[in-house]
Design a protein around this ligand. Structure first.
Ligand SMILES: NC(=O)c1ccc[n+]([C@@H]2O[C@H](COP(=O)([O-])OP(=O)(O)OC[C@H]3O[C@@H](n4cnc5c(N)ncnc54)[C@H](OP(=O)(O)O)[C@@H]3O)[C@@H](O)[C@H]2O)c1
Length: 309
């Protein structure tokens, strides 16, 4: 009796938040092959195409997922050239190589491609206007992937967190155990989105799109993919700290000692959009997936981070 062989998928950034979740969650329907920067360095532009061709020859994947990125938003302001290499030029090379093999590329982008001045949630048709080097480099990456003219998914997401990796949720959890008072920005809004949700949704899309006449499926393209609902960084911190307390975390700070402050009073190198809300209607209609409220992902992540007394 012949067994079904899972389709292989190459995943870059396999040690990052989203890459790690993909490697965990694509199986068993797909067989993810995770690459870290030692296996595939996206800043090594001279050798990237050859290395990717070789990886494709060896593994014969059905798709490539690029979850690697230069994500240090403030550091990108002083490392513009590196941010562009990794976030813009490398995805363009990857898309060209993928297209030359007839393979689809899944690529992630960000709410930071917008200027945040829009009322309500941004749709895929809204004008971009990045405020930072990171946002501009990611927007250039989107355009480079599209320019290769192959089947692709570009998934713009926001405020990513998970049990694995470094993120705002884990920083707040640590500070809430150490400090008596905290000041958190309360006038920037968005949807905290778990790496697990992004991986699960990527799985859903690939399951729909891979196989048959997949290259011609009209559902390839640009999407907004984020948890439902929205909050501020301050609302997010309040929620996660209070929920962690109920789970038995040794939280030191009192709820009323988490102060909300304006972004202008919290100076950082990169300007962030005030409104990061992404309208996910296109995603939900194309793939029949209802995206859960952001608190569901926070609850799940907190339940999966080992208690640190
Ligand atoms: N984090 C967010 O809040 C957020 C928000 C919106 C969109 N996104 C997008 O979502 C995607 C996934 O982000 P994430 O949160 O999973 O990021 P992450 O946790 O920072 O992971 C990024 C990964 O990329 C790898 N990487 C960086 N430079 C590389 C290079 N030169 N060559 C190869 N690998 C390299 C990192 O490797 P090392 O571990 O070795 O550094 C890391 O494993 C990215 O496209 C990001 O732009 C993220």
């Amino acid at each position: 009796m012949s067994e079904l062989i899972p389709k292989r998928v190459l995943v870059t950034g396999g040690q990052g938040q989203v890459g790690h979740a993909l490697v965990q969650q694509l199986a068993p329907d797909f067989q993810p092959i995770g690459y870290d920067r030692l296996g595939l360095d996206l800043s090594d532009l001279d050798r990237l195409a050859d290395k990717l061709h070789a990886a494709i020859e060896v593994h014969q994947p059905c798709a490539i997922i690029n979850a690697a990125a230069f994500t240090a938003v403030d550091r990108a302001e002083s490392q513009e050239s590196l941010a562009y290499d990794v976030n813009a030029l490398a995805p363009g090379i990857m898309a060209t190589v993928a297209t030359s093999h007839g393979l689809p590329l899944v690529h992630y982008s960000t709410d930071y491609v917008f200027d945040g001045q829009h009322d309500g949630a941004y749709t895929e048709n809204d004008l971009t206007g990045p405020l930072s080097v990171y946002g501009r480099s990611k927007l250039a990456g989107e355009k480079a992937v599209m320019a290769a003219n192959g089947p692709h998914l570009i998934l713009r997401t926001s405020w990513v967190f998970g049990a694995h990796g470094q993120n705002f949720l884990k920083t707040m959890l640590r500070l809430a155990q150490e400090r008596d008072a905290l000041s958190v920005v309360n006038d920037q809004i968005g949807a905290p989105t778990s790496a697990e949700l992004i991986a699960q949704s990527t799985h859903t899309a690939l399951s729909n799109l891979i196989g048959g006449a997949s290259a011609h499926d009209p559902r390839w393209g640009l999407y907004h993919l984020a948890a439902s609902g929205h909050t501020s960084w301050h609302g997010y911190a309040q929620y996660l700290i209070s929920h962690a307390r109920t789970l038995g975390w040794p939280i030191r700070i009192r709820d009323d000692a988490i102060e909300g402050i304006a972004a202008r009073d919290y100076p950082v190198a990169a300007v962030r959009p005030m409104n990061s809300r992404l309208d996910t209607t296109k995603w939900q209609q194309s793939f029949g997936e209802t995206l859960p409220d952001w608190r569901v992902g926070v609850d799940h992540a907190l339940a999966n981070i080992p208690l640190q007394p």
